[in-house]
Design a protein around this ligand. Structure first.
Ligand code: IMP
Length: 214
């Protein structure tokens, strides 16, 4: 329903679109690549709306001590301050012999500069001489819809290499080899990565859940 300014808020239009069998949903990110990647994994009946689309330009707090906690914190923030149904994601790389580190601190492992090369160098250094190099990427998506919060977890297991290999991807991709592969995430095509990645596994679960609403 139009508000005093004559504008139909997105929240109302979500309900209207639901009637037409389409759904607009806020994805709490301003990362255009991530938005595109996740949109491509969802059916056309779900249209993702970014943070800038709803006028949210501030840094959303991510101060929880777990990956799941951060995803929920971000989704709650949008629901509370902007009143939209939404989902948020958070990802970390968990290394078995380091008791799950860097985990929730993956982006800042080597400092606040969030430098991917420095993060990888630190991890390679901390694993020097270690036999067990098992690791997993974990993505948690927190969805708030109709007043309910749901979480969806995607895991991609593999191991950490002794040196960086490949130029594709981002973050820890050059030192992570997924199970049953010999190449790192930075050596395989983005198409293949998107089929097996932690993020796509979490998004598939989100997609299955959202199909209940269409
Ligand atoms: P975010 O929660 O998606 O921002 O991810 C946090 C950090 O995890 C990033 O800054 C990267 O260092 C790392 N990361 C997340 N996803 C990936 C991935 O697919 N490949 C490599 N590193 C990733």
């Amino acid at each position: 329903m139009p508000n005093q300014l004559g504008i139909t808020p997105i929240y109302d239009s979500i309900r209207i679109d639901l009637i037409k069998n389409a759904m607009k949903l806020v994805f709490a990110t301003n990362n255009k690549n991530k938005l595109k990647e996740v949109q491509a994994m969802l059916p056309q009946t779900i249209e993702l709306v970014s943070l800038s689309d709803i006028g949210c330009y501030e840094d959303i707090p991510e101060t929880a001590s777990t990956i799941e906690g951060n995803a929920i914190q971000k989704a709650n923030y949008i629901r509370k301050h902007y009143q939209y149904d939404c989902f948020a994601d958070d990802t970390g790389l968990e290394v078995e012999i380091l008791n799950g580190a860097p985990g929730v601190y993956s982006a800042r492992y080597a400092g606040d500069a969030k430098n991917a090369d420095a993060n990888m160098d630190k991890l390679i250094q901390n694993l020097q001489g270690k036999e067990n190099r098992n690791a997993q990427f974990k993505t948690v998506i927190a969805l708030i819809i109709n007043g309910e919060t749901k979480t969806f977890t995607g895991i991609c297991s593999g191991h950490i290499t002794k040196e960086k290999r490949g130029t594709k991807g981002f973050g820890y991709d050059p030192i992570f080899v997924p199970n049953t592969y010999t190449q790192t995430f930075a050596e395989i095509s983005l198409e293949t990565k998107n089929k097996i990645s932690h993020r796509s596994r979490a998004v598939q679960k989100l997609k299955a859940y959202l199909s209940n609403f269409s």
